[in-house]
Design a protein around this ligand. Sequence first.
Ligand code: ZN
Length: 282
Amino acid sequence: MRWKGRKQSTNIEDRRGRGGSFRRKSSFGGIGFFIILLLFLFFGQGQNLLDFSGNTPQSQAPSQSSANGTPDEVKEFIGVILQTSEEVWGDIFARSNARYQQPKLVMFEGRVQSACGITSSATGPFYCPGDNKIYIDPSFFSELNRMGAKGDFAKAYVIAHELGHHIQSLQGISDRVTRMQQRMSSRQANKLSVRLELQADCYAGIWGHHTEKKLHLLEDGDIEEAINAAYLIGDDHMQRRAGMGVNTSAFTHGSSKQRAHWFQVGILTGKVSKCDTFADMR
Ligand SMILES: [Zn+2]
């Protein structure tokens, strides 16, 4: 993907560094304070005390500076992807005489507070409809790498998927699904969640389609990177990876085949109307 040096979005909230200190405080508790006090008594230097109790060691997470560039490169990358999405979705909304409300994207590490509560980065990137923000701990990108989802377009797909949830929220689809789920068995509700997730994959594809058409950012192999990523994070693949048998009733995001399929529908057509993943349920 040709993203370097491009314009970046101004809608990024960088909260990295805060989660680390939270973790440290909660796990160390009173002992931590005691050690700080001892250090203070030995060295009597206010500055060292600040360094020790702060989060410097954790904010320099090695995972971010290895395979995925420095923390600033990661921020630049996310900023560029977010900016392209603002252009692309801005155009799509404008074509139907609507105004696209740009979401904020929060970068965090460890855990984060949102209108959806406190979330650990183990959850993976997420969108919170309560505050219309996307939350990403960039260490997830290293996780993707480890899973074999390599390449920058694979990472961009993950961001574009979360943006897809923002679009669903603007369209009122997420609200409608939540209301319907309240009247259903958990099994049925789960099925609806899968449809919602697959639609977000399709919307990610739409972003890819128009990013290429308008901005020509794609390189050979990019689309394959995203399809591979969609495949690797499919529920059946994840269950097998976790050493479990495939249990379709526990699917939350759809199978590898479904995820890759809907991403392709989006990237090939570029049309929101083609992303009706709920069609055969009606
Ligand atoms: Zn999702």
